[in-house]
Design a protein around this ligand. Structure first.
Ligand code: ZN
Length: 343
């Protein structure tokens, strides 16, 4: 005991007190990034330019960022085990040929794993510019992890729970017959997930499911609605990439609304969350809504955060992101995506 007190006194004296506060953070989170197309400049909203992608890989290499297989990240975090500090996992959605021709050779050369989320109808369509099952088997043989992204890439919030299960079943059958197994990881098409869709995906037995809202994944996350930083031409510049891979979580619980699919009755939503950890600088929290820009942050007591919007989110997908300056630089981050389907 005396030794502990002495240590604390020395730590405070040396200005190390913030490190003690944040000791529980180390290795408890990871950043998952998401791409779609590589060097397909005619599709800027889903494409990353080759120069941008190569710059991302250079940053990861130069800064010795541990790039880990996504399933490893999920297994460790869900088991309460630690990861190397600043761990990153790379994911790609859909099954464009440029994954094989542009991304994979560069990732292999760097020794980086990646996970590909595949919608099976897209592969079955045998369209030009899309991977074939032979391609996917070859990539899997070379170590790429193949994951589940539904059958038809449907907007899951617009179909019935039975239809959602059918989307999962039909793709599972295709994976089973083409690859010999059914993937354990899932990504919601467009990142769109209502509460009912999330429950259906959870009940189906997936280990984890990913959206397209920004933020790091951490041990306290909902593993069936995990965030990923989407990187495209507009959001793929060096500064934003550095910012994304350096983020730490704003650990929170009781995130409201529970259902991120909004209706006329709850749009605008009453957004809020409860911090599960004391954060330095939490009084400096800023929140940004995709349709309003910066919005006021209301603190209730030490841990509850509430945000109100004076205008409904427009039809489509809407986002809210909240940030706190992290001790030692960079940002803590929490974000979510709302789905507002046409009525
Ligand atoms: Zn997709």
């Amino acid at each position: 005991m005396t030794r502990l007190i002495l240590f604390l006194l020395i730590a405070v004296h040396l200005g190390l007190s913030t490190r003690i506060t944040f000791a529980s953070d180390a290795g408890r989170s990871a950043v998952v990034v998401m791409y779609h197309r590589f060097g397909e400049d005619q599709f800027p909203s889903t494409n990353i330019q080759i120069e941008q992608f190569e710059e991302h890989l250079r940053i990861l290499q130069n800064e010795d960022v541990p790039v880990l297989p996504l399933s490893h990240v999920i297994d460790r975090l869900s088991a309460g085990e630690t990861l190397p500090d600043r761990a990153v996992a790379i994911t790609v959605d859909d099954a464009y040929k440029s994954v094989m021709t542009e991304a994979w050779p560069r990732l292999k050369a760097a020794g980086y794993p990646m996970t590909l989320f595949v919608s099976t109808d897209m592969v079955d369509s045998a369209s030009p510019g899309v991977l074939s099952w032979d391609d996917i088997r070859q990539l899997a043989d070379e170590g790429m992890e193949i994951a589940h992204h539904t059958t038809s890439h449907a907007h899951l919030t617009r179909i019935t729970p039975e239809e959602v299960v059918a989307e999962l079943d039909r793709a599972a059958e295709r994976f089973k017959s083409e690859l010999g197994h059914v993937p354990a990881l899932f990504a919601y098409p467009y990142g769109e997930a209502s509460l009912a869709v999330r429950e259906a995906v959870r009940a189906y037995g997936f280990k984890a499911a990913f959206g397209q809202h920004s933020g790091p994944t951490h041990a306290g996350s909902d593993f069936h609605y995990l965030p990923r930083f989407a990187l495209n031409e507009r959001y793929g510049e060096t500064d934003r990439f550095r910012l994304a891979i350096g983020t730490l979580p704003i650990p929170a619980t009781d995130i409201s609304p529970k259902d991120m699919a909004l209706t006329a009755a709850n749009n605008p939503p009453q957004f809020g969350f409860t911090l599960t950890q004391r954060l330095d600088n939490s009084d400096l929290m800023n929140c940004f809504a995709s349709h309003l820009g910066q919005v006021a942050v209301n603190r209730l007591g030490a841990s509850r955060v509430e945000v109100r919007f004076d205008k409904p989110f427009p039809t489509g997908r809407g986002r809210i992101n909240c940030t706190v300056p992290a001790t030692g630089g960079g940002w803590r981050w929490i974000g979510t995506q709302f789905v507002i389907d046409p009525q």
